[in-house]
Design a protein around this ligand. Sequence first.
Ligand code: HEC
Ligand code: HEC
Ligand code: HEC
Ligand code: HEC
Ligand code: HEC
Length: 381
Amino acid sequence: MRLFTISSLLLLSLASVSNASPKLENHECKACHPKIYKEYQSSHHANSSIYKDEIFNAIWEKHPAKAKNNFKCAKCHTPSDHALMKDPSTLAKNEIQMTEPISCQHCHQIESVEKHTKSNKNILTKKEKTFFASDPEKKGTKLEFKEKRSFFGLFTTKIGSPYHDIDYSNEDYYTGNSCMGCHSHKQNSNDFTICDLEVKESEGKDTCITCHMPQVSGLMANQKVTKTHAFHSSSALISKPALLSKYILLDLKKADNGFSVTVENKANHTLVPHPLRLAKLRVTIERAGKTIEIKPKTFVKVIGDKGKPTFPWLATEIIKDSSIKAFEMREVTFEEKLQKGDRVTVEFGYHIVNPKISKKLELKDKSLSKFVILTKKQFSI
Ligand code: HEC
Ligand code: HEC
Ligand code: HEC
Ligand code: HEC
Ligand code: HEC
């Protein structure tokens, strides 16, 4: 009798475990890539589900697809929830949604990116445990795990990863095109493009990867001595805005009837293109112990319908676009006359959520509509 109870309990608990915990992909990487694994935890890519991202959740709550129980956002926001990818009506809070909605494997298995008008599509390799990576010195090769014995077998040298093969031949990991399955553009059901990174080709060496995943100190893998590894916390906000500030240059010029500030965008894409955000240039002048605040200039792309702003799924047109495009040098003029001895502080940054939209969405986390400084410079007149 007793035995029976225990075994049925066991069965019950086994059943509930298999229901609630789908297979996780990332924990295996943790053992050998602890630094990268840790960084990833605070990245947008680890927190891109409605259960972790309050903004995304607020938009999803209002989205018409929610009423139809069709979570079509999964393609880019939670592609590692494989059951949900097969059936978009099965959105549920599980461990994948909470910890690895865009897993390590997902990004490292993108074999190619298919171009489409609505939005692009990632095609993943079917080869198990083969990950794409870039290394100019090994370009074109494939690295399989090998143990070389030398000096009559006294010494062994290990080459490659004992867990997986590495394929260095995929061009998309050298150019940054592997990011473009999700980051290029997106249309709504009115065939209107609601976001577009508007990437421009350039002669320059910088790519999505060199700018957003620069080499920072710390081992790349426990088994391999390297001074640096690619930074995996791709988020301007949570991590280090300073990493990106060098790509936005500020300058100030005095004129007879005021002054002008230039903002130079070194990125190969539009700055702050997301329709929820609001980019701003703030200027303050310190003069004789007083601080004078000047009305800030904003840079936005407003989308809507019949001349009025709307939520993205209702939009049919661009109402206003003052966003700063790829490689653009924008000059902004101010009428305030500068005096000798003035100290002028110029700050360029953004609100993650435009404060007006934040109110409409009733966001609880007030820090989301706070002003985040991306770069700042002071000028003495
Ligand atoms: C048993 C240890 C081990 C595990 C587990 C492991 N790796 Fe690795 N990985 C390595 C080692 C060692 C290297 C370095 C190989 C070399 O360059 O010789 C490496 C290299 C890589 C590289 C290529 C780095 C480059 O640019 O040369 C990628 C990408 C990668 N691993 C991804 C992953 C992912 C994703 C996971 C989890 C699914 C994972 N690894 C799990 C040991 C491991
Ligand atoms: C084609 C890929 C793709 C699809 C499909 C997609 N998104 Fe996104 N979404 C992105 C990317 C990439 C970002 C980050 C862009 C950025 O920050 O500029 C993003 C960001 C967002 C943000 C801002 C999140 C934040 O923390 O600021 C919201 C809100 C959002 N998406 C809502 C949705 C909703 C709702 C759906 C489904 C109806 C959806 N998205 C479908 C790619 C996609
Ligand atoms: C958003 C996509 C994305 C995600 C998610 C991602 N990676 Fe990467 N990873 C890249 C890119 C791009 C590079 C740089 C190019 C390269 O060397 O492959 C890279 C580089 C690496 C490298 C080589 C580092 C170096 O210095 O060359 C390792 C190892 C690695 N990733 C492991 C992981 C692990 C482990 C995870 C999960 C904890 C992970 N990646 C998640 C895209 C991603
Ligand atoms: C599978 C789809 C996918 C791929 C591939 C992908 N991303 Fe993302 N990325 C997203 C989504 C979705 C978000 C927004 C998540 C959120 O906040 O809810 C995001 C957010 C970001 C952000 C933060 C945006 C911000 O507002 O601060 C950066 C930066 C970024 N990605 C860079 C990259 C780079 C660089 C690559 C290529 C190495 C890449 N991503 C590959 C889907 C993807
Ligand atoms: C020359 C450096 C540079 C290159 C190349 C670059 N970026 Fe950026 N990126 C920036 C800077 C600077 C910002 C502004 C900081 C911010 O908005 O978070 C930014 C912002 C972003 C954001 C956040 C936008 C938002 O809504 O806040 C995403 C997503 C992004 N980049 C993705 C990409 C992708 C994908 C590529 C490759 C096509 C790329 N970046 C290439 C420098 C670069």
